[in-house]
Design a protein around this ligand. Structure first.
Ligand SMILES: [Zn+2]
Length: 469
């Protein structure tokens, strides 16, 4: 099956052909680790995790190298460290660990590589030196600046001309710049800030250079796919191309940086914009206290990655209910054997069509239905196996079905609820409706939701989904 993806650079959906199928490379811009990630930051993580899983499925696990960087040099990090009176690595190690744990809760696999800026200073200084040597950057007053006018293809990704950019730009005008569009590759650190040695004086890299340098050093140029949020197209990714191309010996000729570019859309919070000043920032770290990470993952995959995603309490509730349905199907076949099966074609086809996760999720529901309607043990076993295999490719449904419903209940509560449910079955069999209702109310008062179905009643602990506001 052929994978087609929408390439931001070519502005169309095209077939993905890796340069070397034995080593497929993927890079996604990662977090700046000075605080918690909000749910919008988690969308690229989950989207590109599905891409990572799909590439591994197509090319083999050992043939895919996925790098997601950790930005551990930044003004906000310096400020946080200053505020606490600690070295920056106390802040960055703390929040990198929290980030990794939170993203794991969303079912994201660890990337193959997680390069950090502070571990790649030599590579960054080397790449800046190469760009200078190739005549595309200049040093001035302790800074090194990329000479935008020297690179004719500048603007190719964001589809802007230099004139447009000059007209509409919010660029920093500085006396040491030849052109207001020129951007910083290296700058001097302020007194008291961390600094690293370089041929241009002690200082630190600009933000854009870290990605292109870490890509060159850790993955090699060109890479196959570069991903990130839509907001990174300009200037970040535009600048990465300029650096990545101009650092190469063949700059200006056939040098390639990233062969395909993929960008995800934003989360939309209705009329309200999410902002710190409005106090409605939804941090992943907080959301996962109330909502299973798998629900958030499903919600993040419920819309096509390129479009906006309306993030509402209703969406979260619907996704919880959807997972109840899927795990409900699995719970009915808990004793059925799992076989070694291939990923169902319908799921692969959906994902190979530019990661069409809404279609893949609809196919997942169809597979769950097949589990419920299978008429023989063999058919049930096949259907269950296919559902689990498909779920695995999406990073869903790998938990225990019983545990899914009982998450949050200890053994005593579980035993008590099961006893009440058994009593209700008896009351119903005796047509003692008032007693059956009384028991149901008693269960409800325990914070338990009972779901009656054709195979009997199932239950779960109520989760305050949707009213986290
Ligand atoms: Zn980046």
């Amino acid at each position: 099956m052929k994978l087609h993806i929408h390439d931001t650079l070519k502005r169309e959906k095209i077939e993905f052909v890796p340069k070397n199928p034995a080593r497929v490379t993927l890079y996604v811009c990662g977090p700046t680790v000075y605080s918690y990630a909000h749910i919008g930051n988690a969308r690229p993580v989950v989207v590109f995790d599905v891409l990572f899983r799909l590439l591994r499925q197509i090319y083999g696990e050992a043939s895919v190298v996925y790098a997601r960087n950790i930005t551990d040099v930044d003004d906000k990090i310096n400020k946080a460290a200053m505020d606490e009176g600690v070295p920056i690595d106390v802040i960055t190690n703390r929040f990198a660990e929290i980030y990794n744990a939170d993203m794991a809760t969303l079912g994201a696999l660890s990337p193959t590589l997680a390069p950090r800026v502070t571990h790649n200073m030599d590579a960054i200084v080397k790449q800046i030196g190469d760009i200078v040597a190739n005549g595309h950057a200049y040093a001035a007053e302790g800074h090194v600046l990329f000479d935008v006018e020297s690179f004719k293809a500048y603007g190719v990704l964001s589809n802007r001309s230099l004139d447009d950019m000059i007209a509409g730009a919010r660029v920093e005008v500085a006396p040491y710049k030849r052109n207001p569009q020129d951007f910083v590759l290296w700058k001097p650190s302020k007194p008291g800030e961390p600094a690293w040695e370089s041929p241009w004086g002690a200082g630190r890299p600009g933000w854009h250079i870290e990605c292109s340098a870490m890509i060159e050093a850790n993955l090699g140029l060109p890479i196959d796919i570069h991903g990130g949020g839509h907001d990174l197209i300009f200037p970040h990714h535009e600048n990465e191309i300029a650096q990545g191309v101009c650092a190469q010996h063949a700059h200006g000729h056939d040098a390639e940086y990233a062969r395909y570019w993929m960008h995800n859309g934003f989360l939309d919070f209705g009329k309200e914009k999410m902002s710190k000043s409005l106090g409605n920032v939804k941090l992943v770290h907080d959301l996962i206290k109330d909502v299973p990470g798998e629900v958030l993952r499903l919600a993040l995959l419920s819309a096509h990655y390129r479009g906006p995603l309306d993030w509402t309490p209703e969406l979260v509730s619907q996704c919880r209910a959807r997972l109840d349905g899927l795990y409900g199907a699995l719970r009915k076949v808990q004793d059925v054997d799992v076989r070694d099966v291939v990923v169902p074609d319908a799921i692969l086809e959906a994902l190979c069509d530019d990661l069409n996760t809404p279609r893949a999720l609809a196919e997942l529901s169809a597979l769950a239905k097949a589990v419920e309607t299978a008429e023989s043990d063999t058919a049930r076993s096949m259907a269950k196996s296919q559902l689990l295999k498909a779920g695995n490719l999406l990073g869903l449904l790998q938990g225990d079905a019983d545990a899914w419903f009982k998450a949050g209940a200890d053994d005593d509560l579980t035993a008590f609820v099961e006893k009440l449910l058994a009593e209700r079955v008896t009351a119903r069999a005796e047509k003692n409706w008032p007693e059956a209702d009384r028991i149901r109310k008693a269960i409800d008062d325990l914070g338990i939701v009972v779901m009656d179905g054709p195979g009997g009643a199932t239950w779960r602990v109520k989760v305050p989904v949707g009213d986290e506001d």
